[in-house]
Design a protein around this ligand. Sequence first.
Ligand code: ZN
Length: 281
Amino acid sequence: MPELPEVETVRRGLAPVMEGRRILRLEQRRADLRFPLPERFAERVANARIDRLARQAKFLAAHLSTGEVLVMHLGMTGRFTISGQRQGEFHHETGHLTAHDHVIFHMEGGESVTYNDPRRFGFMELWPAANFEAYPRLRTMGPEPLSNGFSAAYLDSALSGKAAPIKAALLDQSIIAGLGNIYVCEALYRAGISPKRLSRSVPGLRAARLAPAINAVIAEAIAAGGSSISDFAGTDGNLGYFQHRFDVYDREGEACKRCGSEVKRIVQSGRSTFYCAQCQR
Ligand SMILES: [Zn+2]
């Protein structure tokens, strides 16, 4: 499942062919993804220029010259592929469409951007730019890592009085936007905090370690994703999934890089948590 850094990697990969360009034609191959696609979707975006391709948490937001914002979410298995007549970075020939290619943007410049999503947990919605701050799926979200609103002081107030394990609190999008299972595990390891610790005991010294740990983990992953973008051109043109080396995530039974003891895996709220019981208290 793509997390914030992967979505940022997708944004950076798409920007060269989408930002500042017009959507000449949108090809819609089914009525819905996770939710119905917008009414008269093709008509509403035809000839619209994408003035800005932004990202908020795990949402891509294409600000259109028509006054609407096209919000796109990759869900669990969504991916974009760029193909086109012009050869070069990010471009390759697809040849034919597959059953899971649901939406194709034919862009000014000759490229096409294909949205593929086998499980269809992703979605696309149009919302007026004039009150985009009221867009329901973003309105209730907390600050995202690396933003001005996110700090140790913010964590102090957001976590105080909360009984849920810190792992669960960090996955709660209303507390922090855009964090998913992988980077929560990594940030807790880096901050030396047990994933089982009650949230209300984190404010103070631990929050002072946790906020910069979250920022560092996300910043490094974005940098790794950015450096992987050029690889896509040589492979299959897919954006958004890259191999990244993790300290604890998916390393059950392997040695902790800090103390050498075994990395453990437990299940919290139905999801795997990887951690070192020696280093994380
Ligand atoms: Zn350790």
